[in-house]
Ligand binder design. Structure first.
Ligand code: SAM
Length: 303
């Protein structure tokens, strides 16, 4: 079947994969933390790959980033101080800064290599967000930053690499981490995390949900189809007050206008509602009695 093209193959499980036809590899480097590749694909344009896992593509990254950022930002009555952990390519920061009410956006990423490679080969992802005067960029381990942090935030957004065994993000999906994060959230504060596939790693998604529920008491999950991930992608939130699920489409569209949040391509009131339509079996696996992720026993994706 080889059409003479080169293929990048992303494994979702040991027995299933997604193949991407690539025109050329623009950049490859190994840092202390991970393998970074930027490839030019036929279908999705430029694509950032970390440790063999697709992170973002120029063609569809906004679906992931808008779904990660805006539900919690609009659930909070007036988000001023926001912490982003991970998010190297700058798409999450870009979406946070769409909110004029934000006065401080702190982004903590462990690897300058990801920021440099993205800024060089995919600058449209951050779209100038790193130069915004509200941005504070910190290079370091998100776990340590949160544990040592003395300040407080309205919203914490976890845009970290998947929980892969031995990966740099594995201890950012545990009970101990979420307890530390909850401590630096103000009243009415919310945390959201990317939580892997609700289809081919439902177990991992459900474990992250149970873990956040254990720490926050009030929690929920939602998902969206991300074409380049070839899967429904899950997100889990924990809240000290406002609940994302309770927001009505009409009210939300009104808030988007009232708060002057401009440039959205995917997210709106109707889409918000659709994000929470989870299949029965996924809800059952979330609510089923089961293990939670701890430092001693973290949760991992199948591959
Ligand atoms: N959208 C992606 C996904 O769903 O897998 C995540 C994108 S973003 C590129 C992931 C970022 O997490 C990377 O830039 C990586 O360097 C960062 N990261 C991984 N472990 C980290 C840690 N312990 N502390 C801070 N950032 C970390």
């Amino acid at each position: 079947m080889s059409l003479g093209w080169k293929w990048f193959i992303e494994y979702q499980t040991p027995h299933s994969a997604h193949m991407h036809g690539i025109k050329r590899t623009l950049h490859s480097r190994r840092t202390k933390f991970q393998q970074i590749d930027v490839v030019e694909t036929y279908e999705y344009g430029r694509m950032l790959v970390l440790d063999g896992k697709v992170q973002s593509t120029v063609r569809d990254e906004y679906i992931y980033h808008e779904s990660l950022v805006h539900p919690v930002m609009f659930a909070h009555p007036n988000p001023r101080d926001v912490l982003i952990v991970g998010g190297g390519e700058g798409g999450t920061l870009r979406e946070v800064l769409r909110h004029p009410g934000v006065r401080r956006a702190v982004m903590v990423d462990i690897d300058t290599g990801v920021i440099e490679s993205s800024e060089k080969y995919m600058p449209e992802l951050s779209d100038g967000a790193f130069e915004d005067k509200r941005t504070e960029l910190v290079i370091g381990d998100g776990r340590k930053y949160v544990e040592d942090c003395r300040g407080k935030f309205d919203v914490i957004i976890m845009d970290v690499t998947d929980p892969l065994e031995g990966g740099p993000g594995q201890l950012l999906y545990t009970k101990e981490f979420y307890e530390a994060a909850r401590r630096i959230l103000k009243e009415n504060g919310l945390l959201v995390t990317q939580a892997t596939s609700t289809y081919y790693s439902t177990y991992c998604f459900a474990t992250i949900y149970r873990t956040i529920k254990k720490v926050f008491g009030k929690a929920g999950g939602y998902h969206v189809w991300v074409p380049a991930y070839d899967s429904m992608w899950g997100f889990v939130y924990g809240t000290k007050g406002p609940d994302l699920k309770e927001m009505q489409a009409e009210h939300l569209d009104g808030e988007i206008t009232k708060r002057k949040v401009e440039g959205l391509r995917y997210y709106c009131g109707e889409i918000h509602g659709s994000l929470f339509a989870l299949p029965k079996e996924v809800v059952e696996s979330m609510e089923r009695k089961g293990e939670i992720a701890t430092d001693a026993k973290p949760t991992f994706m199948p591959i």
